[in-house]
Every structure is written in structure tokens, then in C-alpha cells.
Design a protein around this ligand. Structure first.
Ligand code: DUT
Ligand code: MG
Length: 242
């Protein structure tokens, strides 16, 4: 992908059409390439909404979202989808095969590249065990694989697209602790230069993040490393201890 993938929010506010209250208020932060930025906050805090402004599922009401200094609304849809790959909170698989699902957003990927993506996503074993391997059928919505398998296939799909920015929305929640840890270690090695923004509920998933943003009712109420926030931020302590 072109550019390096630096994501910047400048005083961003956002409200859903028809709603009175804004969901995001005065959001400013920079997610740098080669670093992991984690977003934590209680349910309804606005985490998914914040992520969705980056690939322009919605446009910011005020302020700007920029990638490598360019406002996202000035990028073409093509440039944007090349730069950003998102693993949504409810990962979706299409009716087709494992390969066709993985190639969504990565049409030119070779089988070898798909296996590499599956390896990082900790999905090699279950795909290999499926009749047909990469050509094994997937039913609409991915109902013939488990929730954890669906998550890992959607992570592999993002990896196959080779973007400069990865968005993971609670993407590790259906995985057991050991698989979660292996997957994050593999990601660290394989996408070390990318910008990673991840939303997580499980504290272990974010303790190693370079920067954690604490979101509360649409505002950033704290930022820092896990250790810094434990010392300084009451909201963070409450989330961690809950
Ligand atoms: N909201 C809407 N319309 C939508 C999506 C969300 O009005 O289409 C509201 C619900 C909530 C706020 O926006 O009050 C933030 O929702 P979001 O999904 O961004 O919250 P979250 O932090 O991702 O919550 P969760 O941890 O449950 O995923
Ligand atoms: Mg969410």
C-alpha cells in the first residue's frame, strides 16, 4: 500500500444522523506506523464508531481524520481501501470458499500468500483439516465455522490485503487466551511496520500496546501505557479491575 499509514484524528466529533447527542467529542490522537494503539472503554463508549470513521463508513461531523496527512474524504475509495483493512466486531464471511473469502480485498493474492496469512492468523490447522482446504465451502454468514474460526479467517483476510493500517475491533475476543497470545506475537513479527489500532475488552490484549486511549462516553479521558494508566487513571483502573 502507498504511504506509511499514519492515522491522525484532529478534534473529531460525530453524531449519528437524527440523534441529539454526539457519540464522539473532541477526539484527537495520532496512531503511528510501527506502533499499536489500543482503545478501551465500556460498552457504548464509541469505540466502534471511532474506528468506522477511518475507512469512512461514516464521515466526521467536525474536525478531521487524516491518513499520512491527507483528509480521508480527499482520498479515493480505492486508495482508502488499499490503505486500510478492518476486522469488524461482527466478522462477516460470504457464501463461497475459504479462498474467495480471503481474496476479498486481495484479488491478486496467491495460494501461498493466503496460507501465510492463515499461518499468522493461527488458522492453518483448521483450514488444512477441512475437506478441500482453501477450496472448502463457506456458507453465507460463515455459519458452518465457529465464531473463533470466523474471527481468524477475517483476520487472515485483512492480512492478505497487506494494508498499511489495520483496524481490529474486538477481534480476539472469541479466541482462547493461548491462541490470542500466539496470534498477537505473530502479528507483531509479521506486520511490524504497519499502523495497528485495536479495540479490546480483554486486558491482556492491550497491556503491550504502545499507547492506550481510554474512551468514556465519547471522550478520551486518559492515554498512556498500561503502567502509566494504572497509576494515573481511575476509569482505566475500573475497567481493568472489572
Ligand atoms: N450508536 C447509534 N447508531 C449506530 C451505532 C451506535 O446510535 O449505528 C450509538 C450506540 C452508543 C454509541 O452510538 O450509544 C456508541 O456505539 P459504539 O458501537 O461505537 O460503542 P462501542 O464502544 O463500540 O460499544 P461495544 O463495546 O458494545 O462494542
Ligand atoms: Mg463496538
Amino acid at each position: 500500500a502507498a504511504g506509511r499509514g499514519r492515522v491522525e484524528f484532529r478534534d473529531v466529533s460525530f453524531g449519528y444522523p437524527g440523534a441529539e447527542e454526539p457519540v464522539l467529542k473532541d477526539i484527537s490522537f495520532t496512531a503511528e506506523p510501527g506502533r499499536t494503539t489500543a482503545i478501551i472503554g465500556s460498552t457504548g463508549a464509541g469505540k466502534t464508531t471511532l474506528l468506522n470513521l477511518i475507512p469512512r463508513l461514516y464521515d466526521a461531523g467536525g474536525g478531521q481524520v487524516l491518513i499520512d496527512g491527507v483528509p480521508v474524504d480527499r482520498l479515493t475509495r480505492e486508495a482508502l481501501s488499499e490503505a486500510v483493512a478492518a476486522v469488524p466486531q461482527k466478522p462477516y464471511l460470504f457464501s463461497g470458499t475459504i479462498a474467495s473469502n480471503l481474496r476479498y480485498g486481495a484479488q491478486g493474492a496467491t495460494d501461498e500468500e493466503l496460507w501465510e496469512a492463515l499461518e499468522i492468523a493461527q488458522a492453518t490447522d483448521f483450514v488444512r483439516d477441512k475437506d478441500g482446504g482453501l477450496d472448502a465451502p463457506i456458507s453465507q454468514g460463515g455459519t458452518n465455522v465457529s465464531g473463533g474460526q470466523r474471527q481468524r479467517l477475517c483476520i487472515a483476510r485483512a492480512l492478505a490485503a497487506r494494508p498499511s493500517v489495520y483496524l481490529f475491533d474486538d477481534s480476539f475476543s472469541a479466541l482462547d487466551v493461548a491462541t490470542d497470545a500466539r496470534l498477537r506475537a505473530a502479528l507483531k513479527r509479521s506486520i511490524a511496520d504497519a499502523t495497528v489500532i485495536l479495540v479490546a475488552q480483554r486486558v491482556a490484549t492491550i497491556t503491550e500496546a504502545d499507547e492506550i486511549l481510554v474512551l468514556d462516553d465519547g471522550r478520551i479521558v486518559g492515554r498512556g501505557t498500561h503502567e502509566q494508566l494504572l497509576e494515573t487513571n481511575e476509569t482505566y483502573r475500573e475497567i481493568v479491575e472489572s
